[in-house]
Design a protein. Structure first.
Length: 287
């Protein structure tokens, strides 16, 4: 058996996988403040309790932030989680629990999951763009390259605009879309309801969507010019919009891309919120 752990800013997910890689136990806990209660202490408490009923000896961890997956430590992160930088998962969790662990960035893990069992299954060259409250990225080229500072794929910090002092994710995240919906339509309209209006050809909704997709596409065009991947897979909760969103986004990218013969194929993620859990345990699996 294997235990997958996915650490987010608000909750930590735990999933036990059997020998056929099916989830046989799933639970969540609130992410502690990391001041009065350390994240690694809460992980140990929950994992130790789970082990009373499920005999796992390896743990794959998907974690927010930039992860040194050699020393298994957080080396850079947004201020969402206090005291997070410097967290050492091997020392404070793996060694304490007496298990082998693997730790990586959450988007890297999501891509590993999609490449193993999801929308990017079996593909050897693919970039994952995770659209959420921020924008994350991961690149798979027969394996995951990490870079000298473990920063490969940190696309959210790219395409800086000096006039507005904003990065890519500050102009193109789903938070920005939600803000535009609130400001230009009405407060309380959910993103799901917004896309329903788009599908019904509501002119205001389509204008907002077009403006947001322009910003998303700008970042993708830069990515395609630099890496020229065979595939790009769109992840994050918004990927649930499926082909409707994917087709509009691809159309916008093709219009903006100066290299008109680009043949990168666009895909949507299929494992949903479990992608990072699958990806976290995948390095332990002989495929």
């Amino acid at each position: 058996m294997y235990l997958g752990v996915d650490i987010g800013g608000t909750s930590i997910k735990f999933a036990v996988f059997d020998s056929n890689y099916k989830i046989v136990h799933y639970e969540t806990c609130k992410t502690p403040d990391n001041v009065t209660t350390k994240i690694t202490d809460e992980m140990y408490r929950v994992a130790n309790k789970i082990r009373e009923n499920y005999n796992f000896n390896t743990v794959g961890i998907s974690a927010a932030g930039v992860i040194d997956n050699i020393n298994m430590e957080v080396i850079r992160a947004a201020p969402t989680i206090k005291n997070y930088v410097g967290t050492n998962f091997k020392r404070d969790f793996g060694d304490r629990l007496g298990v082998d662990i693997y730790v990586d960035n959450d988007v890297n893990c999501a891509l590993l999951g999609e490449q193993w069992l999801g929308g990017a299954k079996g593909l050897e060259e693919v970039f994952c763009l995770a659209l959420g409250t921020g924008i994350g990225g991961a690149y798979y080229l027969k394996n995951l390259p990490f870079g000298s500072n473990f920063g490969v794929g940190e696309i959210g910090q790219s395409v800086y605009d000096a006039d507005t002092d904003t990065t890519y994710e500050q102009r193109a995240s789903t938070i920005i879309l939600a803000k535009k919906i609130k400001d230009e339509m009405y407060d309380g309209l959910s993103v799901i309801e917004f896309f329903d209006l788009c599908r019904r050809e509501d002119s205001t909704a389509l204008k907002i969507l077009d403006e947001w997709l322009y910003e998303v596409a700008r970042g993708i065009v830069n990515l395609l010019c630099i890496l020229d991947p065979k595939y790009i897979i769109i992840g994050g909760a918004i990927s649930a919009q499926g082909d409707y969103l994917l087709n509009k986004l691809e159309e916008k990218v093709r219009k903006l891309h100066p290299i008109k013969n680009n043949k990168t194929k666009f895909l949507t993620a299929s494992l949903g919120n479990d992608a990072a859990l699958y990806g976290a345990i995948s390095p332990f699996i002989k495929k």
